[in-house]
Design a protein around this ligand. Sequence first.
Ligand code: SF4
Length: 315
Amino acid sequence: MGDRTVTYSPAFTLVPTYECFNRCTYCNFRRDIGSSGWLSVEAAAKQLAALDSEHVREILILSGEVAPNSPQRSQWLERLYELATLALDCGFLPHTNAGPLTRAEMAYLKQVNASMGLMLEQLTPKLLHTVHRHAPSKDPQLRLRQLEQAGELGIPFTTGLLLGIGEEPEDWAETLTAIAECHRRWGHIQEVILQPHSRGQRQEEALLGFDLSQLPQLVSWARSLLPQDITIQIPANLVTQHKLLRACLEAGARDLGGIVPLDHVNPDYPHMDIDQLRTQLQAWGWELVPRLPIYPQFLDWLPPVLRRRVPQGYC
Ligand code: SF4
């Protein structure tokens, strides 16, 4: 990869369920338990059959959470496994992000995922009294332990910061430092997303949000705090001013995340057409290239059955 290369993942999202036992006040994704049902394997198969498998590589399995003590938890886990297996059978590489998992659950899903992810969001516990007051799985120590657990299990992992949810700028360093320390122990963090909270139509509480003009400086700061082998990702659809996107690249961001038909977490923010985005970046002197949901340096971590699914040219 050249110095002026930016990656993205051509992706499609399967949502096993929008139902979530947490109620983060800024969420534009969740539905109440019992209100919207679960995605069946048959319905998912129809969605995947309609995809251009030459173009799409990643199936992001993004789920609302079933409470750890719920009698439905094992059924939900099984559905996550079945959907990832389906994606593999259809020629795609799955990446699951379904909230905190037990060690056994994570080890189970590892068998059918190229990589996994969980946003650390922010380490400061004060958010448990504000935006996360009805979200037990947003306990920052629980989430930090997930990163550690992924490292112990040898799972290539994506994490990140959610910005503008009530934290102070001084909180960012604590969160970035914790990610860096975990990566130094296990070497498994492939990318860190710097994701500005972007106000949507469905959220319960209007937040001040994140001042996007601060993002390039934060990218630069994160670049200095994180180990060099961790890529910094900026979701291109959330950086709505082109000059700021360009400044983020110049500051050290090198990935634009999954480019999907619909960003289910931020449904009010569509992605730019990929050809237009590529042309825009070219005009700034950047080359946009597709990547897999697993970064090349982690391919040897995959069990043989998954390694065989990696398309030629990426090995
Ligand atoms: S942000 Fe995630 S954990 Fe929080 S309510 Fe929404 S879906 Fe659930």
